[in-house]
Design a binder for this molecule. Structure first.
Ligand code: MLT
Length: 209
């Protein structure tokens, strides 16, 4: 346990100077879920997988929701700060560089990563957001100038309507992020095709990570 999170840490092959992938699972997942995805996305990276600490009917989440797609904003704000603290504590515990953390989140995990980008833009070097929703609309759009963000979305996602993805993309564009939106025809499940697209995208950004 570090900070408020049970977690798993897998040191990368390139030593502690390599980027660290912060792996954020979807509802009902755990700290092990996205380790294989992380190994595929960036084989040389350190992998850090926290387990969401908000239970919902026995399923782990990263923040409370009031209903499907309706978030408890006060809880989201507090949990986003907890996650930011966790990154800093884990970096000093394991010796990785806190300025080289790349989030890779799916669904609920992508949503808290998006919240972190909008609230504390300096915490993440880049982000891979798989099936993210707009976590909230900030009063002031942060400065995400040049920050690489990969956002993937399914045209037939029953949980994330296309307009919601477009709203989030618009926020990132207004914030001047280096945004890539990857649409595919699937639903809410994570597909191999989008994982490959995310890996290839990360490879193009690796010099800055
Ligand atoms: C959320 O609650 O974060 C989203 O609805 C995605 C999900 O976890 O189902």
């Amino acid at each position: 346990m570090i900070g408020k999170y049970e977690h798993r840490y897998v040191p990368g092959t390139a030593g502690s100077a390599a980027p660290t992938l912060l792996l954020l699972h979807g509802t009902g997942g755990d700290e092990n879920d996205l380790i294989p995805l992380g190994q595929m996305l960036m084989p040389e990276a350190n992998l850090l997988g926290p387990r969401g600490n908000v239970p919902e009917n026995g399923m782990a989440r990263f923040f409370r929701r009031l209903a499907e797609g309706v978030f408890d904003q006060e809880d989201l704000r507090a949990r986003t700060e907890d996650l930011a603290d966790f990154i800093a504590l884990a970096a000093s515990h394991y010796g990785f560089d806190p300025s080289r953390v790349v989030a890779a989140g799916y669904s609920n995990g992508a949503n808290i990563a998006a919240s972190l980008l909008l609230r504390q833009p300096g915490r993440l070097r880049a982000a891979v957001l798989l099936h993210a929703m707009t976590p909230f609309v900030p009063e002031t759009v942060p400065d995400l100038s040049g920050k690489p963000i990969f956002l993937s979305a399914g045209r037939n996602d029953p949980i994330v309507p296309q307009e919601n993805t477009l709203q989030l993309a618009g926020l990132f564009q207004t914030a001047k992020a280096d945004l890539t939106v990857h649409w595919h025809n699937s639903g809410h499940s994570l597909t191999r095709e989008e994982a490959v697209a995310a890996r290839d995208w990360l490879a193009t950004k690796s010099a800055g990570l």
